[in-house]
Design a protein around this ligand. Structure first.
Ligand SMILES: Nc1ncnc2c1ncn2[C@@H]1O[C@H](COP(=O)(O)OP(=O)(O)OP(=O)(O)O)[C@@H](O)[C@H]1O
Ligand SMILES: [Mg+2]
Length: 295
């Protein structure tokens, strides 16, 4: 996502030539997306891990930020849960987040791992000043480093302080919804909190980047009913791509691999590849007005 210039051409006369063409050269700012839904087991981690891998596979530099003490995203990309490796200290203002970034065996995909110690932040963060802005503060040097095109934050299943911090730091929220009867339960709360963060100035950039239907089974009438209800509610915010229920997707984390590296030709891999394409289109549109006003 870097707009490049041909430096060799500018050097042809032996010195750098000033040209108005080059005044437009700037890097597109890193986008931060929080993958959130307070409901448990709806496919947040599966979506965060697989989208991260698919976006990296098409050439973007991706940071997967595991903000869930369960650390499923960490193991999902093949990393062990190691004591002291998480963002815990950095989020309390002790040390930087850049030092917490670890590479994976997958090209262009890096991770800030999680471990159980993040649980403590539910109690410790609220004591800090500006306690909703600690992820945003800690992420700032990461964004300024321009090492990544996309940061995907895997949130825990609650609307607690970690999820609120992720949403306060994000350009957009991506909500996975499981195709089941109670899919929309609690979504009004998530919506209300997003509006509050937006309206009271905690994060005026925040947008709903999209809703993705997960564990879709075309054979059941219930799934189809849920999808049409969700589409009625969220209209074009619902991604066209739906993630099928698939055993291969459920197996992949136990091998520490995203689905495109575990079973490249499976239906789950194809779905996440398509979802990544849709996401990239939406990311380009996300916050464009805000970006244009930046220097
Ligand atoms: N499309 C799918 N097909 C089959 N199984 C799936 C699919 N998506 C996720 N799963 C499985 O469902 C379970 C829950 O998924 P996942 O961990 O991604 O949800 P989550 O929302 O992150 O959960 P939590 O709220 O606990 O963090 C996991 O066992 C996962 O492997
Ligand atoms: Mg999870």
């Amino acid at each position: 996502m870097v707009l490049r210039c041909n430096v060799a051409a500018t050097k042809s006369s032996g010195k750098l030539v000033s040209s108005s063409r080059f005044h437009n050269i700037r890097r597109v700012p890193t986008k931060v997306i929080a993958v959130a839904n307070q409901k448990g087991g709806v496919g947040k981690t599966t979506t965060a891990v697989n989208l991260a891998a698919c976006v990296a596979a098409v050439g973007r530099r991706v940071l997967l930020f595991d903000l869930d003490p369960q650390a499923n995203a960490t193991s999902g990309v093949g990393l062990d849960k190691l004591e002291g490796a998480s963002a815990y200290r950095a989020l309390l203002g002790e040390g930087g987040l850049l030092e917490k970034i670890q590479s994976t065996v997958f090209e262009r995909l890096e991770v800030i791992p999680s471990e159980m110690d993040l649980c403590g932040l539910d109690i410790e963060l609220p004591r800090a000043e500006n306690h909703l802005q600690q992820v945003a503060r800690a992420l700032l040097p990461v964004l300024e480093s321009q090492r990544f095109d996309l940061v995907l934050v895997d949130c825990p299943p609650s609307l607690g302080v970690l999820t609120l911090n992720a949403m306060a730091a994000a350009d957009g929220v991506l909500v996975p919804l499981q195709c089941e009867y109670y899919a929309l339960e609690g979504i009004s709360m998530l919506n209300r909190i997003m509006s509050q963060l937006h309206d009271n100035g905690v994060n005026s950039r925040l947008e709903l980047v999209g809703v993705v239907m997960t564990m879709f089974d075309s054979r059941t009438k219930l799934c189809q009913q849920v999808v049409s209800e969700v589409r009625e509610h969220f209209a074009d915010r619902v991604f066209e791509t739906m993630i099928p229920r698939s055993t291969r997707l459920a197996e992949a984390p136990s091998f520490g691999k995203p689905i495109i590296h575990y079973d490249k030709y499976s239906a789950g891999a194809a779905a996440y590849e398509l979802l990544a394409q849709e996401l990239l289109v939406r990311l380009d549109a996300l916050g464009v007005a805000a970006d244009l006003s930046r220097p």
